[in-house]
Write a protein that binds this ligand. Structure first.
Ligand code: ZN
Length: 266
């Protein structure tokens, strides 16, 4: 028993212990037949590419999240987000704390009038999907896409956050970790931002850019040719894409996820 317990404070758990516990839980998920998609941060920064960084900047300007960001950042960097899945309108994740907690972000689809306005403002200015996903466009386009109220990121009232932990705060550190985890995931798979908002990134591409794609390539972010993906993000993105595809075949996985959790502390 440590001093923490003696004085009635939560027991201090070292970072190494937290990491090890997260790894054990991750292995346990795999043993159960799940295919978790953990957030792994290499190096000191959570995101290094355009969309990943843009998401993190968005998060850091979100008043409701600010108080927990620091803890969230350290959680995600220490590998405690052991599973994170992005789908249309939803992020589902598992975060390892005192117990294993289930975090959910519900994000409203991008309203059609706003998407229309974004398309109008970007009209003809983004040449190819590769340019869109790697953030190679003018600062004017950048401003439109990352505008806090009129761009692609969730505006006020478009995001609902939930965690299964007993922390009474609206935003707990687990939620903050997942919100940052999304930034890390977008860093490697920026097309997921469009998936999350329920829009097709290809709609932003100038007509000439679409025609310029090979006949085999679908004009959608999801259908981006593997070769192009490798060009921008390296082989890693390919394995992730494959992983995602195979996960979809695990029926009931999402519901099973809802049962994890409960317990005291964090
Ligand atoms: Zn929580």
């Amino acid at each position: 028993m440590g001093f923490g317990d003696y004085y009635g404070f939560p027991e201090y758990v070292s970072v190494a212990k937290r990491r090890a516990r997260a790894q054990q839980r991750l292995k346990a998920l795999v043993r159960k037949g799940r295919k978790p998609s953990p957030i792994v941060i290499e190096g000191r920064t959570i995101a290094t590419t355009f969309w990943g960084k843009a998401w993190c900047e968005y998060v850091e300007g979100h008043a409701a999240l600010v108080s927990r960001l620091e803890r969230g950042r350290s959680y995600v960097k220490n590998g405690l987000v052991i599973d994170l899945e992005v789908s249309k309108g939803r992020v589902q994740a598992l975060v390892s704390g005192t117990d294993l907690y289930e975090v959910e972000m519900e994000i409203a689809p991008l309203p059609e009038p706003r998407w229309k306005a974004v398309r109008r403002h970007c009209g003809g200015q983004i040449g190819t999907l590769v340019e869109l996903l790697s953030g190679r466009f003018s600062s004017a386009v950048m401003e439109v896409l990352s505008h806090r109220e009129k761009g692609l990121f969730p505006a006020k009232g478009e995001m609902v956050l939930r965690c299964s932990c007993p922390d009474g705060e609206w935003v707990c550190k687990h939620v903050a970790a997942v919100v940052y985890g999304v930034g890390a995931r977008l860093d490697h798979a920026p097309e997921l931002l469009f998936t999350l908002r329920g829009v097709d990134g290809a709609d932003l591409i100038a007509e000439a850019g679409k025609v310029g794609q090979s006949a085999a390539a679908q004009p959608s972010a999801k259908g981006l040719a593997a070769g192009q993906l490798e060009d921008i993000f390296g082989i890693e993105i390919e394995t992730r894409a494959t992983k995602r595809a195979s996960r979809k075949t695990v029926a009931g996985g999402v519901n099973a996820k809802r049962r994890v959790s409960a317990g005291r502390g964090s």
